[in-house]
Design a protein around this ligand. Structure first.
Ligand SMILES: NC(=O)c1ccc[n+]([C@@H]2O[C@H](COP(=O)([O-])OP(=O)(O)OC[C@H]3O[C@@H](n4cnc5c(N)ncnc54)[C@H](O)[C@@H]3O)[C@@H](O)[C@H]2O)c1
Ligand SMILES: [Zn+2]
Length: 348
């Protein structure tokens, strides 16, 4: 499946079984033969898929180099970016060359950031291999790294020239990362796609990753295209994230994955919405059953007051008002500005 994305510079997301072998041919449609490609990947993914991707680039006429960093969020930092710059400089890369980020969201965010900043911007191709990366991080153009005092604090908007997603790569992804990614997929169903949500209710998604990834990409694309700089409608993608981020903070970013936190956050939002008379009665219960089915927690584990207090420092909040995302029903979402007091009342 080919999904066109029309942000700043348009590009195509290819979602196809076996697409890992298509990276070279797809790059050949965009870059001149003989250009250099730096393959940036982590220590788990490089041994699994690095050779295939590199071989396909070589066969398509590109010169390749490989940069492998130790897997894990703790390596999504400026020190690793510095090492990528070094590999680019030592390899004599110029602005006509390109970078290929192969791996999960960490490889994509950090490889993308290195590409956004080296020589003030070079092309990059994203080859996402985790569900989070395929269904969420590969669309939207946000790149960046963490600082010791906060996640994703340094970054840039930089669109890839192509995204190549191979759903077959998900077969080696550890289960907990599959569940983590399903948090965002469930979110996409909730905010915009009743059919995707029903497929999740029936369990049909587990046999059809290609469709799940493609639908997720199309939904995120629709919100991002409407608002590439993340100021208006794109906020809807934040469904479940106000409370979700608060929960991650309360858990000190340990023991609770982002997808799990978003799941619990969406459930809180549904319960608040039902109480406010905005969300159709029974929606929270449908969501709870889906979260349970995919092993995502349904109890936040903290009091409502603690959660609301922890939303105070959210990047997406401005002063005392929270732009809270609610759904009217599965597939229909809206932005509702609320004070923290109102939020507390609705959640209690
Ligand atoms: N840019 C965005 O819009 C955006 C959106 C969502 C998340 N993110 C970022 O993405 C990151 C989380 O993504 P993630 O969960 O993919 O993290 P990750 O890149 O650390 O991948 C998770 C783990 O799975 C492994 N892995 C990946 N693909 C595999 C495969 N096919 N087979 C076996 N193992 C595989 C990785 O080595 C890692 O250990 C966070 O840093 C987050 O901030 C960015
Ligand atoms: Zn998220």
């Amino acid at each position: 499946m080919k999904i066109p994305v029309n942000t700043g510079r348009p590009y195509t997301v290819t979602v196809e079984r076996g697409a890992l072998d298509q990276v070279g041919p797809l790059a050949a449609q965009l870059k001149r033969s003989g250009a250099k490609a730096l393959l940036v990947s982590d220590s788990n993914v490089a041994p699994l898929y690095g050779d295939r991707v590199e071989a396909s680039l070589k066969t398509a006429g590109f010169q390749t180099r490989r940069f492998v960093f130790p897997a894990g969020e703790e390596h999504k930092r400026l020190e690793t970016v510095m090492d990528i710059y070094r590999a680019l400089a030592e390899g004599g890369f110029t602005r006509t060359d390109f970078l290929v980020a192969l791996g999960g969201g960490v490889a994509g965010d950090m490889g993308g950031f290195a590409a956004a900043t080296f020589l003030r911007g070079m092309d990059f191709i994203q080859v996402p291999t985790s569900l989070v990366a395929q269904a969420d991080a590969s669309v939207g153009g946000k790149t960046g790294v963490d600082l010791s005092f906060g996640k994703n604090l340094v970054g840039a908007f930089h669109q890839p020239i192509a995204v190549v997603s191979d759903p077959e790569a998900l077969s080696t992804l550890p289960q907990r990362y599959v569940n983590d990614g399903l948090g965002e997929v469930i979110k996409h169903g909730c905010i915009a796609d009743p059919a995707l949500f029903e497929a999740l209710e029936e369990g049909a998604v587990l046999e059809d990753w290609e469709n799940v990834v493609a639908r997720s990409v199309a939904i995120k694309r629709d919100f991002v295209e409407a608002d590439t700089r993340d100021t208006g409608r794109r906020m809807i993608l934040n469904f479940g994230h106000t409370c979700g981020h608060a929960l991650e903070k309360l858990h000190r970013f340990q023991g609770l994955s982002h997808g799990e936190a978003v799941g619990a956050g969406m459930l809180l939002a549904c319960r608040a919405g039902e109480k406010l008379g905005v969300t159709a009665p029974g929606t929270g219960e449908r969501l709870r059953r889906v979260l349970e089915r995919y092993g995502l927690p349904t109890e936040p584990g903290f009091s409502v007051r603690e959660i609301v207090e922890a939303t105070a420092l959210d990047k997406k909040s401005d002063g005392e008002t929270v732009r809270f995302i609610l759904i009217k029903d599965i597939g229909e979402s809206l932005i509702r500005p609320m004070t923290r007091e109102e939020l507390l009342e609705a959640l209690e």
